[in-house]
Structures are given as structure tokens and as C-alpha cells.
Design a protein around this ligand. Structure first.
Ligand code: DC
Length: 206
């Protein structure tokens, strides 16, 4: 029997951290679907046609570290607005969602389009300023020298594109639990997400 947790939200909302923690605490597999779009975006930056890049993508060969850059994030957001790119990535996401033992998928359209039947849906958000500050700290820790204002502009641009596209726009599913992490610690945000998963019938490990 499958058990799917769908976690959506904008960039740097904390959904990645929350998804990894939920997966670990409930013994579920985890798929960061943003990495699929980032991989397609990176291939486009290398000169490949984005639709071909999506149709020939091998998720096993994704190199996460190389994809966590601001340029790749913007490219990902651009290719994600192309309906044929999204269509090419549906099957791999749905197959993962049905894996035995259960799964957590995080992205922008998991609760609305990829897994509308998910047992648990969360929409994780935070103010643009808080998210930009988190992303800026992350980038600085990795040695990327970039101004906070630039990161904030980047976050806003990506939000507008991801929420404004016509195909599978980022939005909260009507039945998703809203989790605003602006003033929460990581521990508090994770605890609230885990409480929602438990309320929906998830079994904690151990
Ligand atoms: O979660 P992320 O920042 O790694 O995602 C990068 C981009 O990919 C994001 O700006 C929009 C796109 N994306 C999407 O359209 N749908 C998803 N399910 C996941 C990501």
C-alpha cells in the first residue's frame, strides 16, 4: 500500500529540510522534484533543447551539488514553464510516489497535479525576505559571494514565474495544511509537519 506525503512551497521556504526530516522520521523515500527541473535547466544552459533534455533525463545521474546555483535555479524555473518539459517528468514522479514503503515528494505542484490523492499535503511558505536571507546564508556558506538584494530579487522573480505560469502553477492545494515558517525554528517546523503526517496515519519509525 502506498503512502504519499506531498510538500509544496516556494524557494527556500524550508520544504527541503522538512521533507528530509519527515522521510527520515517515518522511514519514507524522498524525491526532491526541483532537482529534476534543475537538471533540465542545467542541460539547457549547456545548449540542449529543454524538451529533449527532459525527455532523455536519467534521474539516476543527477549530480545535486552542481545544480545548487542561482543560475541553474533560474534556468529550472524557466524550463518548468514549458508544458512538454513538465509532461516528460510526470511518470517518474508518480512512480516514485507509489513506491512500496511510502514516499515524500517536494516541489511546487505535487499536491495539486502530481499526487492529488496524497494522504498528506503541506504547503510550506515564509516571507520573501526571510527566504532570501536563508538562501543568502546558504550560498555564502558555500563560498558564493552575492548581495542579499540580488538574492531577494531572484527569489521574487522565481516566485512570480512559478506561480504565474499557466501549466501546473505553484499554489496551495485546497486540502493542504499551511505551514508558515517565517518565525519558526527548524525544529518547530519539522515537529508541525510530522504532527500532520502522524494525524493522517503515518507511523513513526522506532
Ligand atoms: O525547489 P527548487 O528551488 O529546487 O526548484 C527549482 C525550480 O523548479 C523552481 O523554481 C520551479 C521548478 N519546479 C517546478 O516547477 N515544479 C516542481 N514540482 C519542482 C520545481
Amino acid at each position: 500500500m502506498s503512502f504519499t506525503v506531498a510538500i509544496d512551497g516556494p524557494a527556500a521556504s524550508g520544504k527541503g529540510t522538512i521533507s528530509r526530516a519527515v522521510a527520515a522520521q517515518f522511514g519514507l523515500g524522498h524525491l526532491d522534484t526541483g532537482l529534476l527541473y534543475r537538471a533540465v535547466g542545467a542541460r539547457m544552459l549547456d545548449g540542449m533543447d529543454p524538451v529533449e533534455a527532459a525527455e532523455t533525463l536519467n534521474p539516476e545521474e543527477i549530480d545535486e551539488d552542481a545544480l545548487r546555483t542561482p543560475d541553474v535555479a533560474q534556468a529550472a524555473s524557466k524550463v518548468a514553464a514549458i508544458a512538454q518539459v513538465r509532461a516528460a517528468l510526470v511518470d517518474v514522479q508518480r512512480a516514485f510516489a507509489r513506491r512500496a514503503g511510502g514516499a515524500v515528494l517536494d516541489g511546487r505542484d505535487i499536491g495539486t497535479v502530481i499526487c492529488p490523492e496524497a494522504e498528506v499535503k503541506l504547503f510550506v511558505t515564509a516571507s520573501a525576505e526571510v527566504r532570501a536571507e536563508r538562501r543568502w546564508k546558504e550560498l555564502a556558506a558555500k563560498g558564493h559571494r552575492v548581495a542579499y538584494e540580488e538574492v531577494l530579487a531572484d527569489v521574487r522573480e522565481r516566485d512570480a514565474r512559478d506561480a504565474g505560469r499557466s501549466d501546473a502553477p505553484m499554489k496551495r492545494a485546497e486540502d493542504a495544511v499551511l505551514l508558515d515558517t517565517s518565525t519558526l525554528s527548524i525544529e518547530e517546523a519539522v515537529a508541525r509537519a510530522c504532527a500532520a503526517v502522524e494525524a493522517a496515519g503515518g507511523d513513526r519509525r522506532g
